[in-house]
Design a protein around this ligand. Sequence first.
Ligand SMILES: O=C(O)c1cc(=O)[nH]c(=O)n1[C@@H]1O[C@H](COP(=O)(O)O)[C@@H](O)[C@H]1O
Length: 235
Amino acid sequence: MKKAVFVALDYDNLSDVQQLLKQLGAPKETYLKVGMELFYHSGSEFVSELVQKGYHIFLDLKLHDIPNTVYGAAKQLARLGIDCTTIHALGGSAMIAAAKKGLIEGTKAGKEVPKLLAVTELTSISDQILADEQNCSLPMTKQVVSLAKTAKISGADGVICSPLEVSNLRSQVGEDFLYVTPGIRLAENQNGDQKRVATPQKAKEYGSSAIVVGRPITQAQEPAIVYERIKKEFN
Ligand SMILES: O=C(O)c1cc(=O)[nH]c(=O)n1[C@@H]1O[C@H](COP(=O)(O)O)[C@@H](O)[C@H]1O
């Protein structure tokens, strides 16, 4: 996933997915993210189809449950041959370790174990929401570091965070960890529901390992041009 730009396929039907892939001229090896909306619509068979076509698939289902349940779920997801998947770091160390164990045990012989990425604080959470609704006494930067440290010692391969936190995380948590960042916006884009955002250029400067981009590409008049521009800015 070195410097990958994951295109988030947040669609409720397959014809929109096919149309976007056609517009992007997406060759094999393109990095795609399948999230809850598309997964709940099309299920694991469609994910397997994308994997078989040679795409790199980030299956983002953000598991957050008791360790035994997450272990079983992760084991099933690993069978799909995906590149990476997500859990919520707030599920705690035992849950993260259980997810890792499930991924290892579910991976078919000879295949690579999917990378386990722990969501720290969603990029739609602001400092104010963190304090007022989650009753967290730490500022965002410290809370994200704390969750990332827990994720790392519990066996995660990296975290999902805002680009704004990456340089601090690299020094506090280490270089041997993945920092995958959604919350990507070009200067002309609306933030929408995202609160902690940055441009692809800034994400590169801050040290993101990979970025996740949805609406700036999927809602663009000319998705292919925006996709190429974002890849160029980030790489
Ligand atoms: O895990 C994620 O991918 C994720 C975590 C997070 O904190 N924030 C976040 O936006 N995402 C995902 O990244 C994508 C961002 O989409 P856009 O805001 O449309 O670019 C969506 O598919 C979200 O589900």
